[in-house]
Design a protein around this ligand. Structure first.
Ligand SMILES: [Zn+2]
Length: 59
């Protein structure tokens, strides 16, 4: 299952480092570095992220 960047919504994360602190991923498409990633069959999650942002702004 592809790993999706939670910042830009694109697949293209690669494992930066792993160890006792957990796996740290880096995104090829933006500046995201972190241990939180989205796992999805959809390799372009940007529309879903955008919909989520709009939903939050609409509150
Ligand atoms: Zn990204």
């Amino acid at each position: 299952m592809p790993l999706i960047c939670p910042q830009c919504g694109k697949s293209g994360l690669y494992l930066e480092t792993g160890g006792v602190m957990g796996n740290i991923y880096r995104c090829k498409n933006c500046t995201y570095i972190g241990n939180f990633v989205i796992e999805s069959d959809d390799d372009d999650f940007s529309e879903e992220l955008e919909a989520g942002r709009r939903a939050q702004l609409g509150k």
